[in-house]
Design a protein around this ligand. Sequence first.
Ligand code: FES
Ligand code: FES
Length: 157
Amino acid sequence: MKLQLELNGTQHYVEIEPGASLLALVRRLGAWSVRSGCDVGDCGSCTVLLDGKPVRSCLVFAAKAQGRKVTTVEALGTPDDLHPLQQAFVDVGAVQCGYCTPGMVLVAYELLSRIARPSPQEIRQAIAGNLCRCTGYRKIVEAVELGAAWKSEGRWR
Ligand code: FES
Ligand code: FES
């Protein structure tokens, strides 16, 4: 079947198998930041934003993205020019192996679009579906708080 979607600001017209996952499709289109950790909806490492809302792309049929916007961290920053929220993760030490980081950043990005200065509890609620085996989560909460502070200071682009 044919599918049209916008991935990180670029329109794509692709042929997909009817049962293909959104995870497989975005990786096929070059969004390598989107990771498969479990493929059954448990870990959150495959998180993308679908029309601005976080979804676990391993659980979403690619066909559901017809006519919609998909965003991954590739749209936020590059290794040489990190988005301030990504920089906050680096600066506070919230990135260790990095496997969970793209999904965490997207969930945090969406949270900060709704709540300018979330409490630690609100941050923990937002990232509750995203597993991190390295950091113990405290550093991730600090990173989101720092990202929120920088956003409120007008340092986001
Ligand atoms: S790979 Fe999708 S939730 Fe784990
Ligand atoms: S930094 Fe390793 S899983 Fe989160």
